[in-house]
Design a binder for this molecule. Structure first.
Ligand SMILES: *[C@@H]1O[C@H](CO)[C@@H](O)[C@H](O)[C@H]1NC(C)=O
Length: 215
């Protein structure tokens, strides 16, 4: 009986791990057919006999992402949208550029863990664990350092140098998604009622309205 229970616990654990990120492929590949109208979990497969090398290829990460914005950062994603061959493979990549003191503001990826390496400059990075501990785990990274942000946890990066910084991030999803905290909370369409947020943040509605006006 105990063994059955133990197997069940192990199985439940394995299942939860498998479900934390993208499903495993059921064939060698399933290049996204970007013209298909079929709605499936992921994207429909292009006829495998028509697949070309370019379906597995993307060029452009040698180019900077535009970081001329209020945050001082830019992202060049290479997810299934940019590289159809990623469909069903459960991985993707992104180049992140930072102006001096630029930030990638707090956000979470609902479908992927992220492993990041610094190519140029120095970054201060961190993530926060879920309730109720809400432990803030942070570190300063130099060129060549690697850091991992576990799936769905809120995290951020900041360039702490006087020069541009560049990072390369790999994610365990073809389409990791982004929930930018400020946009999700203060800038949804339509807005969440100001009084709801005032109570949630234990502050004055005018303070909330001011933040809402910026997103
Ligand atoms: C970068 O983005 C800013 C703001 O959107 C824009 O004004 C500027 O032209 C862009 N720069 C380049 C090189 O694309």
């Amino acid at each position: 009986m105990a063994r059955v229970f133990r197997s069940f616990v192990l199985l439940a654990f394995a299942f939860s791990v498998a479900m934390a990120t993208d499903h495993s492929p059921l064939q060698d590949f399933c290049v996204a057919d970007t013209n298909s109208q079929v709605l499936v979990n992921g994207l429909a497969c292009k006829n495998p006999s028509l697949v070309q090398a370019n379906d597995f290829y993307f060029s452009g990460l040698h180019m900077m992402a535009n970081a001329s914005n209020a945050f001082g950062f830019g992202v060049k994603p290479v997810s299934v949208t940019q590289l159809p061959g990623l469909n069903t493979l459960g991985i993707s990549l992104a180049r992140i550029d930072f102006a001096p003191w630029g930030i990638n503001p707090p956000h979470a990826h609902p479908r992927g863990s992220e492993i990041l390496t610094v190519l140029e400059g120095s970054l201060e990075v961190g993530f926060v664990t879920s309730n109720v501990e809400n432990r803030h785990i942070s570190k300063v990274l130099s060129k060549g350092d690697v850091f991992v942000f576990p799936v769905n946890l809120v995290h951020y990066q900041r360039n702490i140098g006087k020069t541009n910084a560049v990072a390369l991030a790999a994610l365990s999803s073809q389409n990791p998604g982004v929930n930018s905290i400020a946009n999700v909370v203060f800038g949804p369409n339509p807005d969440i009622w100001t009084d709801i947020l005032a109570k949630a943040f234990q502050t004055d509605p005018n303070v909330i309205a001011d933040i809402q006006s910026k997103f």
